[in-house]
Design a protein around this ligand. Sequence first.
Ligand SMILES: NC(=O)c1ccc[n+]([C@@H]2O[C@H](COP(=O)([O-])OP(=O)(O)OC[C@H]3O[C@@H](n4cnc5c(N)ncnc54)[C@H](O)[C@@H]3O)[C@@H](O)[C@H]2O)c1
Ligand SMILES: Nc1ncnc2c1ncn2[C@@H]1O[C@H](COP(=O)(O)OP(=O)(O)OP(=O)(O)O)[C@@H](O)[C@H]1O
Length: 286
Amino acid sequence: MKNIGVIVNTKRPRAGNVLGELRSLAEGHGFKLYAEDAGMAKTLGAEHIPVEDFGRKVDMTLAMGGDGTVLYTARALHGFDVPIMGINLGSLGFLTSVGDTEMRQALEAIATKNYKVSTREVAECRIFQNGDPVGEERALNDIVLGWGASSRIVTLKLSIDGELVGSFMCDGMMVSTPTGSTGHSLSAGGPILHPGVGGFGINVICPHTLSSRPLVIPNSSLIEIEVANAAKSLILSIDGQDEYKVKQGGRIKIRKSPHEVKFLQLAGHSYFSVLAKKLHWRGSSL
Ligand SMILES: NC(=O)c1ccc[n+]([C@@H]2O[C@H](COP(=O)([O-])OP(=O)(O)OC[C@H]3O[C@@H](n4cnc5c(N)ncnc54)[C@H](O)[C@@H]3O)[C@@H](O)[C@H]2O)c1
Ligand SMILES: Nc1ncnc2c1ncn2[C@@H]1O[C@H](COP(=O)(O)OP(=O)(O)OP(=O)(O)O)[C@@H](O)[C@H]1O
């Protein structure tokens, strides 16, 4: 891998500290850097190209920021087979592969091809209002339908592969990929899905019933959520990156995308140790 794209969240205070190091390490390894931001390109001695051209020019991309930056990068590279290595300049950085103090190891791993590849499923989502298509999106983490302008309860109908599974009076519903299972879904009481699992998690947000539990369904499923009754517009959020307003009569169809996202990780990377370290997952204390 010789051509490396760089996407940096420049709002992160630690960004300035690592760019000089990245430039000299890249020069040392003979890597050519590409950046979407003109100022960043100058600082890095990189070629400035629009992010839409990354797919054709780069072999991989460094996403430098937090989880939001990894999600932004995956979105920008959608459809291209360009692996991502996340470098954590954020606070949690669950989806990042290395810390900012491990830049040297990261570039060394790329130069010697001594890394792990973790392939992540992506969900694709089509949005309809009164039968008309209004948008098409892809999510690495999750598709969340909820919130809106008031606290009024809504009724959502969930169908899987054409079968009505349930009608829920609730605040909303979310569908997460295995990658997204440690994001919003976790906060809503959903299960943790290992990234190697092929499936979707479905959580109803605040269902008004004692009997609703999170579901895990196969990745071959077609999921449909219909806004059957709502006195307000709901917000549909895709990975926290994009939003749509969905009113009564709106319908969301979700299935697995044919495209995947590949994360490059250092050889010693362990999903379970990240879970323990960053989300404090643990066994008994005794
Ligand atoms: N209540 C919640 O837990 C909540 C609320 C909003 C968004 N989110 C998550 O954040 C993502 C991005 O949305 P945003 O830009 O509005 O918020 P954000 O980027 O500020 O993220 C919110 C928090 O979730 C963490 N996070 C994101 N994806 C994760 C993942 N796959 N595993 C573990 N932690 C993860 C981030 O590091 C951050 O601490 C969403 O896709 C959603 O999964 C969570
Ligand atoms: N290079 C970029 N260009 C444009 N927007 C970006 C870029 N990087 C990140 N963003 C936006 O900024 C938001 C915040 O991203 P960031 O990764 O810094 O923090 P975060 O999601 O709070 O993660 P963490 O909790 O891990 O620190 C993202 O959701 C994304 O929309």
